[in-house]
Design a protein around this ligand. Structure first.
Ligand SMILES: C[S@@+](CC[C@H](N)C(=O)[O-])C[C@H]1O[C@@H](n2cnc3c(N)ncnc32)[C@H](O)[C@@H]1O
Length: 346
């Protein structure tokens, strides 16, 4: 259950200004497994913390002071213990462990966002210069660095998992025979759909090195038979034929509105009469004032991922689907996790 922390507007601003330090305090606490050690022991003082972390008392005291000032730990009967939010989100067996998100911020995003202002001036992803590899998007660069690619997909899988569970409960797929999952990533979503619908065929369309990653993961032989992989470039290659539905999940946020409309037109052309496109994405509100997570993730798309995307709104998604030619369009907004689903019927 969510709890709130008392914080003045001056302290809120202070955390933003010292954001880098606040992030490093939190990440270092995780690196030293401090939160788990506090939990397992029922609380530690400075001397015990130093021994548990294998460091001297002075640095242990710096870390404990910082984390306590950020209200992530608190002192009870002379010992430091975890605050409720740490138990929920910073312990591996907590309600929702945020380790993969902290990892991608640390290893991929933070060092590139120093180029946010320059990316604004040039209206492109200048931050990409910090990464090795081919191409002009984060996705193609990651193909050259498997360790970073894993960090990316660990977070992507984790983030889309919960949003996908919600989609599965919400949308009935039983009328669909074969769906293409454009930018289907490591295949997590396609596999789950194939498990839920035993007749359904799925085709994951993604970059070659990514589809390889996905193919390796399927264990169930019936699912393995029905989940196909089609390596290709969604921007330049033709879509595979023969499907009656196309999933466009967490792809809309990557590209510009114009490019999305163009790609959805390609989906329209690849579908038979009566076919369906499903655009499912994290969205901002139509006023452009939130959510907080939408506001915080959008600079990543400008400065790094593609140089042209952001957390667009459900209204933007609906307009693109209509402009692509779909005659009947349904919008399901206000879903959980700030997601919206727009369904276009040909
Ligand atoms: C944000 S992830 C979305 C993954 C998945 N659809 C989900 O909802 O979890 C974007 C995916 O698009 C793929 N992608 C990006 N650019 C691509 C391109 N030009 N051609 C094919 N796939 C691409 C990436 O490899 C990545 O797997």
């Amino acid at each position: 259950m969510a709890t709130s922390v008392p914080i003045s507007d001056a302290d809120y601003l202070r955390i933003l200004i010292h954001g880098h330090t606040a992030f490093e305090l939190l990440r270092t606490g995780l690196e030293f497994d401090l939160f788990q050690k506090l939990e397992d022991s029922g609380g530690l003082d400075v001397t015990e913390t130093a021994a548990a972390l294998g460091v001297e008392e002075y640095p242990a005291r710096v870390l404990l002071l910082g984390l306590a000032s950020l209200l992530l730990i608190e002192k009870k009967d002379g010992k430091f213990v975890n605050a409720p939010i740490v138990r929920r989100k910073l312990l591996k067996d907590g309600e929702r462990f945020l380790g993969p998100l902290i990892d991608i911020q640390d290893k991929i995003i933070n060092k590139t966002l120093v180029d946010f202002a320059e990316s604004m001036r040039q209206s492109t992803n200048v931050g990409l210069r910090h990464l090795e590899g081919p191409g002009d998007t984060l996705y193609s660069k990651l193909t050259a660095t498997p360790d970073l690619q894993k960090v990316f997909y660990d977070n992507m899988g984790d983030a889309s998992n919960r949003a996908f569970e919600q989609f599965l409960e919400y949308y009935d797929f039983s009328g669909i025979k074969h769906a293409i999952d454009i930018g289907g990533g490591d295949g997590t979503n396609s596999v789950k759909l194939a498990e839920r619908y035993p007749e359904l065929e799925m085709t994951v369309f993604d970059q070659e090195s990514v589809t390889r990653l996905a193919a390796d993961k399927i264990e169930d032989p019936s699912v393995r038979k029905r989940v196909h992989f089609h390596p290709g470039d969604m921007l330049t290659d033709r879509l595979p034929e023969g499907a009656d539905a196309i999933l466009y999940f967490h792809i809309y946020e990557i590209w510009s509105l114009e490019r999305n409309t163009e790609m959805l037109r390609k989906c329209y052309d690849a579908l038979p009469e009566g076919g369906t496109v499903l655009v499912y994405n994290f969205v901002s509100n139509d006023e452009g004032t939130g959510s907080l997570s939408g506001g915080l993730v959008s600079p990543y798309f400008l400065a790094l991922a593609s140089g042209e995307g952001m957390t667009w709104s459900a209204a933007d998604m609906e307009k693109s689907v209509r402009d692509a030619g779909f005659s009947r369009v349904e919008r399901f907004a206000d879903l959980g996790f700030s997601h919206a689903l727009v369904v276009g019927h040909k």
